[in-house]
Every structure is written in C-alpha cells, then in structure tokens.
Write a protein that binds this ligand. Structure first.
Ligand SMILES: Nc1ncnc2c1ncn2[C@@H]1O[C@H](COP(=O)(O)OP(=O)(O)OP(=O)(O)O)[C@@H](O)[C@H]1O
Length: 372
C-alpha cells in the first residue's frame, strides 16, 4: 500500500501552532531527490526546511505523515508513531467470505481512545470498489479519527482494519502492503483557517509533484509534464510557477486535489486508489464548494475530468458537514455518533429517515437526542 498525504500536517499536531513552515524533518535527505539528472529547483536549505516526507528504519524508506510533530496528549500514548515500522508487519490474509472481493477497506469493531477519552467505540463499515461514501456526524465525534485509522496513520486500540481482505497490523508502511493506494487529503489545519495547506515556499509545480520528486524514478521533465496534466484535469493551467500565496482559496484547494490524484504512470501495475477527503469544502462559498464537489466527482472512476478522460480514483470517502457536499459528492452515508456508526443509508435517505439522531442533525434542531 502506498500512503501519501496531500497535506503535510494536522495529524496529532499541536493544533494551535500547526503550520507548514513549522515542519519537522525526520531522517536523512530524501533518496527520491538523489541521483537525478537535474537537481530540483529548490535550494538544499529549503529542502531541509520543507521536505520531510519520509522516515528511515534499517535502510527501509517509510512514507509517513511527513511533517507531523510527535506529541503526547495528556497522559495518553503518542498521538502518532508513524515512524515505528515494527508495527507494520505480520499481515494476515483473511478469507474472502461471502463474495466480499469488492471490499477495498473494512473497519471492524474499531476502538480508539486518546488518553482517557474514548472516541471510537466499535466502528464497523466497508468501503467497496467504486463507492463514493460520506462520513457525517456531530463535531468531535471522531470522523477525522476514522479517516486516519483507515489511512493507517493511527492504529486502533481494539478492532481490525482490512485492506482488500488483508488485515493490517499497526500502522502503514509503503512496502509491506500492496494492492491499494490510500491517500488522505487534508484541507485544513484544525482551528487554524489555512486552506489546502500547501507548502508555502514551494511553487505549485513542486507542491503537486511532491510525491513524485520524493518517491519515483521519474525525471524532472516527466514530472513537470504530469503536473501540468493533473493541473489541467482540475481546471488549472499556467499556474505551475506560482506560489500558494498567489492563488485564491478555491485555487489552492484545486491544487491540493491535483496533488492528491497525481501518480507515477511509469509503473507497470497501477493499483486502485482510495482517496479520503477531510472537509474538502469547509470555508468555501457555495459556488467554490460546487466546483470542488464536482471535481471530486470528476476524479472518481465513474466521472470524467476536464478533458473527458475517466477519473482515476476507484473509491473515495468524504468527511463533511456541508449539505451541498453530501448531496453533490456522495452516494452513501455513514453517520457517526458517540463512537459508533448509528445509521447508514443512501444520500437521498438522509432527509427522509425516521432515525431521530439523523433527523435532528439533518434539520439542525436543538431538540432531540444530540445534546450540545
Ligand atoms: N491526536 C489526538 N490526541 C488527542 N485527542 C485527539 C487527537 N485527535 C483527535 N482528538 C480528539 O478526538 C475527538 C474527535 O476528533 P476528530 O477530529 O476525529 O472529530 P471530528 O468528528 O472529525 O470533529 P469535527 O467535525 O469537529 O472536525 C476530539 O475531541 C479531538 O479533540
């Protein structure tokens, strides 16, 4: 499995101080930047400050939450120990029970606590090939936590995560599981309004091609071409040399989307890809939201990009609070409340269900089982 983050932080970070420019660098300079025919158009000092996508263990490269600051929350364990490669081992193979071969990701009875705060209390669901799934529910109920567990960036305390039927043990490494690429696309730092969270001192080209510069054997020219192609797919042309500060909020999100769909097309085997979007339209005006929602749809295998080509994303999961995103970008919904999935249904059932929790949430009423 190949995990990448389309935004470098927001994983167990100190929320109040999460900025890209405050990034940590783990491990030695990237192998992906060595031995290239042309040097990256980045000074090494910038690279030292900005490029932190990998950690090293016994010579193995593990792509991880690139710029996450490890920290403890209260008395709990480290919020993330993505560099602890020893826990990415011992994959068990699960039998394909009951014709479940189209299940890409399954969470089974997942529990997760932070310190003494129990967040997930037995979350179970499946994401199938070709699906567009939304996770909704009240604030703080653990939606982003579920995404991080699915992405392999947080390990459940109890319960299991299966990736194409294979049980994941611990956290993810890019070498020990194959067959599914999972991308976690984060758009915001919690509590700090900073759209798309691009690397602020890198150009759009460098931001979008980040993973390929780091992890592929592609030449600079090949990457530049692919970056231009992926930017065009999200309706952006000629912005490659701009810095994020020179883009509008909506353009930044599109750049983040282009970064999430770019992949090494020189590889012989192209794995299915699941994208996990965390609040892609938060903070956008209604029209900009529509643009992003349609882009998410267009990048899906059932959609088509700006050039009429079918999208590359096999399945995706969106965490959102926005009604428009639920309606426009999602087919099936999971409702998370008090640490469990309390309702599942198709999007059109969201407003017609008799489930009192969902009804209250959908109507925004203060009366009902959800207490604030
Ligand atoms: N790394 C962490 N360490 C400690 N507590 C955490 C950590 N990550 C999340 N939490 C806490 O877990 C709870 C669930 O957080 P999470 O971000 O998953 O909720 P959410 O449903 O996505 O919320 P929102 O809708 O407000 O974005 C919150 O109380 C949050 O403060």
């Amino acid at each position: 499995m190949f995990i990448y983050l389309s935004q470098p932080s927001d994983l167990g970070t100190d929320m109040s101080s999460s900025t890209v420019s405050g990034a940590n660098l783990w491990g030695p300079p990237s192998a992906g930047l060595q031995g290239r025919s042309k040097p990256l158009p980045l000074s090494s000092s910038i690279r030292r400050r900005r490029w932190g996508g990998s950690c090293w263990d016994g010579g193995r490269k593990i792509l991880c939450a690139s710029t996450v600051r490890l920290r403890n929350w209260g008395d709990g364990p480290p919020a993330l120990d993505t560099c602890n490669s020893s826990i990415s081992k011992n994959l068990g193979v699960r039998k394909d029970v009951g014709g479940e071969s189209d299940v890409l990701i399954e969470c089974k009875d997942v529990h997760k606590a932070f310190g003494d705060k129990q967040i997930l209390r037995g979350v179970s669901f499946k994401i199938r090939h070709g699906e567009a799934v939304g996770i909704i529910g009240p604030s703080g109920t653990g939606k982003s936590t579920v995404l991080k567990v699915m992405a392999g960036l947080l390990a459940p305390d109890k319960g299991e995560v299966f990736i194409r039927g294979r049980k994941r043990h611990g956290l993810v490494s890019d070498e020990e599981i194959s067959g599914l690429r999972i991308g976690l696309v984060l758009f915001f730092f919690k509590k700090v309004f900073q759209s798309a969270a691009l690397f602020d001192s890198l150009t759009v080209r460098e931001n979008v091609g980040f993973q390929l510069y780091e992890n592929s054997k592609m030449s600079q020219d090949q990457i530049a071409e692919l970056v231009a192609e992926n930017l065009a797919a999200v309706g952006l042309k000629g912005v490659e040399d701009r810095l994020p500060s020179e883009l509008s909020g909506g353009m930044k999100k599109r750049v983040a989307l282009a970064r999430s769909i770019i992949f090494d097309n020189t590889k012989e085997v192209v794995e299915p890809e699941v994208l996990l979007y965390d609040e892609p339209t938060a903070g956008l005006d209604p029209i900009a939201s529509t643009v992003v929602e349609d882009l998410i749809r267009s990048m899906h295998m059932k959609g088509e990009d700006a050039h009429g080509k079918p999208g590359k994303i096999t399945s995706y999961v969106v965490v959102t609070h926005q009604h428009s995103t639920i309606k426009r970008a999602v087919d099936r919904l999971l409702f998370l409340y008090e640490g469990r999935i309390v309702w599942e249904g198709m999007t059109h059932e969201f407003t017609t269900t008799t489930n009192p929790i969902v009804r209250q949430f959908a109507s925004g009423s203060l009366d009902g089982p959800i207490k604030y």
